[in-house]
Write a protein that binds this ligand. Structure first.
Ligand SMILES: Cc1cc2nc3c(=O)[nH]c(=O)nc-3n(C[C@H](O)[C@H](O)[C@H](O)COP(=O)(O)OP(=O)(O)OC[C@H]3O[C@@H](n4cnc5c(N)ncnc54)[C@H](O)[C@@H]3O)c2cc1C
Length: 366
């Protein structure tokens, strides 16, 4: 098989890039697993918040909003409430200073308002919070299906059960063996998530120092009626919970270093999440319905690496989306495509103050 662009990885990063790149050139996507989105993409909390992550992340998130809301049933409203403990008033003020310039609808709310917004929180346990009314929940399956459909309509080929095991440079192209397939490609897009450095090594490209960090999540029957609750997150990132119909989804927000693997939730981490949420709320959660874990993969500065490898033309990095890869996927897919097809950054991103060098892989090299 032959193609201009070979995307390695059929998670949200690879599929969003394929959706945009395939509008301009030939694309093949290879995914190691039987199912697309099997790893981190299928295990997220599915939140869209503009008050999370470093500056480039927040700009990529804001630039993604329009695409996400313009497609039926991809998003639904889900405000976020960041809650401070009794000692955290200064932290909340700092967060407000940092986030509000790009998010003018953000509100600094009082302890009484916190308790009004979520009846499981008591005013005397908090110094207040930040309320983000325009945050959203993302239907990750619907978004992934949208990227897949767009890619196929544009003529892209998507191969599953196709783990890349050899990559060789032959003249100005790459010869790649993926499952049973041999593919000649001019350009490789490395969108292999937690395996990003491993795939680079197969191609003889120096790794970037990616760190996969395991985070686990549980669901349980909501201990009290949760209608109208926001997504509630500790300002110090020690726990969060969100309403999910009659259930809640909770997490200790842990970051446990892990090799790339099919991640499983450690019991001790689930217990930690329950303990922290019980402590911060009026809940007394004792059992769970379901648990899972995924790998959030970070670069050393916690900003994704999007761009060509400096030493290997024809090798494009699309990794390090950390805990933000779903909500930033439209802007990241469009950015990757724009860099590959025209060598430019979309105007919309520039207008938000996005700087190309902030995601350039070479910033991570000594
Ligand atoms: C608990 C949790 C909560 C999260 N919450 C949110 C949230 O609320 N909002 C948000 O925006 N983000 C969230 N995230 C982060 C988000 O899920 C990730 O940033 C995103 O899914 C990363 O997508 P990806 O395509 O890079 O990785 P993946 O989905 O892991 O895809 C990479 C793919 O590459 C494939 N691959 C690897 N090696 C090879 C090979 N040799 N050959 C072929 N294929 C290969 C893998 O099989 C995998 O399918 C969360 C993550 C977790 C774990």
């Amino acid at each position: 098989m032959q193609t201009d662009v070979l995307v390695i990885g059929g998670g949200i990063a690879g599929l969003s890039a394929a959706a945009w790149i395939s509008a301009g050139t030939d694309v093949i996507v290879v995914e190691a697993e039987k199912f697309l989105g099997y790893h981190t993409t299928g295990r997220s909390a599915a939140l869209y918040t503009e008050c999370y992550g470093e500056g480039p992340i927040r700009r990529l998130t804001i630039a993604s909003r329009e695409f996400l809301i313009s497609h039926d049933s991809v998003t639904s409203p889900l405000p976020v409430l960041y809650v401070g403990g009794v000692e955290d008033a200064d932290l909340l003020d700092e967060m407000y200073e940092t986030f509000s310039p790009l998010v003018p609808t953000l509100e600094r709310v009082s302890p009484a308002s916190v308790a009004e917004l979520c009846s499981a929180l008591e005013p005397d346990t908090t110094s207040g919070g930040l309320y983000e009314p325009l945050a959203m929940e993302i239907d990750v399956d619907a978004l992934q299906t949208l990227y897949l459909r767009t890619s196929r309509e544009n003529g892209a080929t998507i191969l599953t059960n196709a783990r890349v095991h050899t990559i060789e440079r032959t003249g100005s192209s790459w010869t790649v063996h993926a499952g049973e397939h041999q593919i000649e490609a001019s350009l490789i897009v490395n969108a292999s998530g937690a395996w990003g450095d491993a795939v680079a090594e197969i191609a003889g490209v120096q790794p970037l120092g990616l760190t996969p960090l395991l985070r686990s999540v549980f669901t349980t029957s909501s201990p009290m009626p949760n209608t109208g609750w926001p997504f509630v997150a500790d300002a110090r990132e020690r726990w969060y919970f969100k309403p999910e119909g009659p259930n809640i989804l909770g997490s200790a927000e842990s970051e446990i270093p892990s090799p790339p693997c099919d991640a499983r939730a450690p019991e001790i981490d689930i217990a930690l999440g329950i303990e922290r949420i019980n402590e911060a709320t009026t809940f007394s959660i004792r059992s769970v319905n379901n648990t899972w874990a995924g790998l959030r993969t970070f670069t050393p500065d916690r900003v994704p690496a999007i761009g060509y490898d400096l030493d290997h033309d024809g090798f494009f990095w699309l990794v390090g989306q950390g805990g933000y890869g779903i909500m930033t996927s439209p802007a990241i897919g469009e950015l990757a495509s724009s860099l590959i097809l025209t060598g430019t950054v979309p105007q919309r991103l520039l207008e938000l103050g996005f700087i190309r060098g902030s995601v350039a892989p070479e910033r991570l090299r000594p």
